[in-house]
Design a protein around this ligand. Structure first.
Ligand code: 6PG
Length: 238
């Protein structure tokens, strides 16, 4: 099931997503004793992470039962401003009472293939069957999500959970969860804001079928549900 939720402002969007994360994590914790989430990188979710760290939301969440992963990571040092995990740790995870042993960042000190293989081992050990409870995703203007970029090998892999990929247009290795693994999640939230995303949003949510050119089209949960959280600017074309 796919839901599309449109908000007048991005503030309203992030507030709603934070509320949904509170209820979703509480639900999984009550049913399974823990909550597993893959955070997205990029700039969009930074405001959400900062909101979750505010006392109003922080106090509503049992962080001791959270297990945090990343949907993708840039193959850059942990102290690089480009590092997704470091950014989320700085804005959110260093400010809440989640045990450090339950935060799983990609070890980018290793060469990309080893970093991906080791991250995959960690995920397989922590999530031996099925998928994550919740995956947060962003959307690039070229239709990529996580680090699933157009016309890359990772798009077609249906066995791996995590893979490395050299992204030519970025001259950078990325480590990404595969769509195969992301689609095993119980819930997937796309968070997209801003007028620069309106064209790609209308294409992805419209009649576009070319998955290899627009990899966000590979995101289709096997049995879970998919929600698009859009502000009015990003939704202007739909
Ligand atoms: C990354 C992200 C990537 C991101 C999109 C949108 O590592 O960059 O995982 O998929 O979500 O590129 O990025 P913005 O939110 O910065 O527009």
């Amino acid at each position: 099931m796919t839901r599309i939720l449109i908000f007048d402002t991005d503030d309203a969007l992030f507030k709603k997503v934070a509320e949904r994360i509170v209820t979703t994590s509480a639900d999984f914790i009550s049913r399974k004793g823990r909550f597993t989430i893959a955070l997205s990188g990029g700039s969009t979710p930074a405001r959400l992470y900062a909101l979750l760290a505010t006392p109003f939301f922080e106090m509503q969440i049992d962080w001791s039962k959270w297990f945090v992963f990343w949907g993708d990571e840039r193959h850059v040092p942990a102290n690089s401003p480009q590092n997704n995990a470091s950014a989320a740790i700085q804005v959110l995870l260093s400010k809440v009472s989640i045990p450090a042993s339950q935060v799983f960042a990609v070890n980018t000190k290793q060469p990309a293939p080893e970093a991906a293989a080791d991250y995959e081992k960690i995920i397989s050990a922590m999530i031996p069957e099925g998928g994550l409870d919740l995956v947060l995703l962003g959307l690039g203007t070229n239709g990529h999500t996580a680090s699933l970029f157009p016309h890359t090998q990772v798009l077609h892999n249906i066995t791996r959970k995590v893979m490395e990929e050299y992204i030519i247009e970025l001259d950078q290795y990325r480590i990404s969860m595969t769509s195969h693994f992301i689609n095993q999640a119980n819930k997937i939230f796309f968070l997209v804001t801003g007028k620069e995303k309106s064209e790609i949003v209308s294409r992805i949510l419209g009649d576009e079928k070319d998955k290899d050119s627009y990899p966000a089209l590979y995101i289709n949960p096997e049995s879970g549900n998919l929600s698009w959280y859009l502000d009015a600017e990003a939704a202007a074309g739909i």
